[in-house]
Structures are given as structure tokens and as C-alpha cells.
Design a protein around this ligand. Structure first.
Ligand code: ATP
Ligand code: MG
Length: 312
């Protein structure tokens, strides 16, 4: 899919990550298949795809944690397979499967990972609700608190690039919002972010662009809104209309309307996203203002389901 490849390479600004033709095999199995990926400076790019699609393998190759079998990778102009130690001081990583020694306290973990000259971690610990847990050992933290600690460690040394694999897995709703805000502030300060997530609301809230992997290949890429337009652009307007009542004429002729369905006691209007405004305006113009009108707009989850062929 040529267009998908071009969009995957559509980063703004200087390339912070530049991947060309990346391939990775485990034994006979090709799990990353000719992936191209560009992440521009100051962008938040999301890597999306079903379980086993090759996301973690890709980001591990980008971090120099796994050798690739073919292709080239440049991170901040360096080859991670060669310049690993230098890159580690510039890249903050949160891995999907991480652990720390059970008895290591939060404050000790921070001191262990903090490089001389980096700012104190107290701001990050407060932002992620860990300020009162400084003396708590790793094994006594809840799963979500452990995840927040890994994020703190990833952001500790003011990295130029942050790579986050399953960013907010296991976090409560308020903590997720705190993490989102922290990521957006980082981006506003010029940091580049590559993240892997299964939460489509998260990708929509954070990502400038997303790249979708299926079976190790890039199948599409673009802004979340472009993906919705390409794969899930049908919206629905629905309102009550008892069987005995005539339904409004001419709905089918409104711009963007694709189909009007009469149910027993309701009317459903399907069409592209822009028809919603036209249909609502039309109803108001006719003086027909239903008090139970509801709108279902397609979102990135709908687009991914359509693209990857799964069911909700
Ligand atoms: N160390 C390994 N040895 C052999 N096969 C592996 C190894 N790690 C991953 N795989 C296989 O490679 C494929 C891609 O795995 P990967 O972890 O990159 O997927 P993912 O997209 O991150 O999935 P998830 O959403 O579940 O985290 C999977 O089929 C997996 O079984
Ligand atoms: Mg993974």
C-alpha cells in the first residue's frame, strides 16, 4: 500500500526516528516486515495494531534492544545497534514488560536512574501521584503505581525522545489524564514521543499521527482524523418518530446523507460526518426539533476495527 507508506513517513520537522525497510524474524517467522517509519521532531506518533502485530518488536529494534535482520534505523542521527550507550542518555524508555528489584524504594529507583545534572524528580513524582510513596518498596506498589514509576523513570533525564510501550496500561482514569497532560506538556516543550497503545481514545487525544501495523506490515498511517475519514466515515443521527407520525420529507436529499431508515418508532439517518450538521439544521428549519435526538460519530476505534477486521 504505497499511500500508507508515504503517510508513515510524513513526519514534521527534522527526523528524530527514521526507519527504512525494517525486518525482524524470530526463527522462521517474519514478525516485522519491511516497515518504514519517520517521527519528526516534536511529534507524538502512535504505533497501533492488534496483539502480536509487531509493535513492541519494532520499538525494541528502534531502541537497540533487539537486532534487526534487515533495514536501517536512525535515531537522532545515530544507529541504535552501534551507538546504544550514547543514545540511552538521550532517549527515555518505558518498556511493556519491566521490573525492578522488589525491595528497591521509589526514591532509590529515582536516584539510581537520575543522571547528574538532571532536575529533581519531585515534580514528576507529584505529577504522577507518587509523592507520598517515596519510601515504598517496588513490590509494595500497586500495578498502576508501578506503571507510574516507570513513566517517571522514562521522563527523568529530560530526554529528547521518549518511547512508551503501552503508556497507560492499568492506570485509573484520573491517572491516565495526568499522564496525557504530562505527555502533551513534554511535546509542547519540544520532546518527541513514540508511543504504543491499545486505547484509541488515548491515540486520538495525544497523537499527531498514527501508524497501523498488521502482521508486521504498515497497513495505513496518517492523522487520527484521516484514518477515521478513510475507514469509518459513516455517522448516524437518530430521533424518535412514532409509527403514526409522518417522518420529515426530503431527509434523503440532504448533503452527505446516504440512507434513511424508518424504524417502528424512530428514524435513523446514515451518512458522512458532515451530514450531521446539515440534518440537524434541516430539522430546526422545519420546526421539527426532537427532544431525543442522538448522534453517533465514528471514531478511531471504529476505523481500526474496520481496518483490522476485528469485532468489538
Ligand atoms: N522473544 C520472542 N521470541 C519469539 N517470538 C516472539 C518474541 N517476541 C515476540 N515474538 C512474536 O513476535 C510477534 C510480534 O510480537 P510483538 O511483541 O512485537 O507484538 P505487539 O504488537 O507488541 O503485541 P501486543 O499488543 O500483544 O503487545 C508475536 O507473534 C510474538 O509471538
Ligand atoms: Mg507489545
Amino acid at each position: 500500500m504505497e499511500a500508507a507508506m508515504e503517510a508513515a513517513m510524513g513526519g514534521k520537522g527534522t527526523a528524530v526516528i527514521e526507519v527504512r525497510g525494517l525486518c525482524k524474524r524470530y526463527g522462521e517467522r517474519l514478525v516485522v516486515d519491511n516497515v518504514d517509519l519517520d517521527v519528526g521532531q516534536g511529534e507524538i506518533v502512535g504505533l497501533l495494531g492488534a496483539n502480536g502485530a509487531g509493535k513492541t518488536t519494532t520499538v525494541e529494534c528502534i531502541q537497540g534492544l533487539r537486532d534487526s535482520d534487515a533495514g536501517t534505523i536512525r535515531v537522532l542521527g545515530m544507529d541504535p545497534a552501534v551507538d546504544g550507550p550514547r543514545l540511552r542518555s538521550l532517549v527515555g524508555s518505558q518498556l511493556q514488560a519491566s521490573a525492578l528489584p522488589d525491595r528497591l524504594r521509589v526514591s532509590e529507583a529515582v536516584e539510581l536512574f537520575r543522571r547528574p545534572g538532571s532536575p529533581s524528580a519531585s515534580g514528576l513524582l507529584s505529577a504522577f501521584g507518587l509523592a507520598d510513596q517515596r519510601k515504598t518498596s517496588f513490590s509494595a506498589l500497586s500495578g498502576g503505581q508501578q506503571q507510574r514509576l516507570f513513566l517517571t523513570l522514562a521522563l527523568l533525564n529530560q530526554p529528547k525522545l521518549v518511547i512508551l510501550d503501552e503508556l497507560t496500561q492499568g492506570l485509573d482514569p484520573a491517572a491516565r489524564r495526568d499522564v496525557w497532560n504530562a505527555i502533551l506538556s513534554l511535546r509542547d516543550a519540544g520532546t518527541t514521543v513514540l508511543l504504543v497503545t491499545h486505547y484509541m481514545d488515548e491515540a486520538e487525544a495525544l497523537c499527531d499521527r498514527v501508524v497501523v501495523l498488521r502482521g508486521g506490515r504498515v497497513v495505513d498511517a496518517g492523522t487520527p482524523s484521516e484514518l477515521v475519514d478513510r475507514h469509518a466515515h459513516w455517522a448516524t443521527v437518530q430521533f424518535g418518530c412514532p409509527a403514526a407520525v409522518r417522518w420529515p420529507d426530503g431527509l434523503g436529499e440532504i448533503v452527505g446523507v446516504r440512507e434513511v431508515r424508518r424504524g417502528t418508532n424512530n428514524v435513523e439517518v446514515h451518512g458522512d460526518r458532515r451530514m450531521v450538521a446539515h440534518v440537524c439544521a434541516d430539522l430546526v428549519r422545519r420546526g421539527e426539533v426532537p427532544d431525543d435526538l442522538s448522534i453517533a460519530m465514528p471514531d478511531l476505534e471504529d476505523a481500526l476495527v474496520a481496518l483490522l477486521g476485528a469485532t468489538r
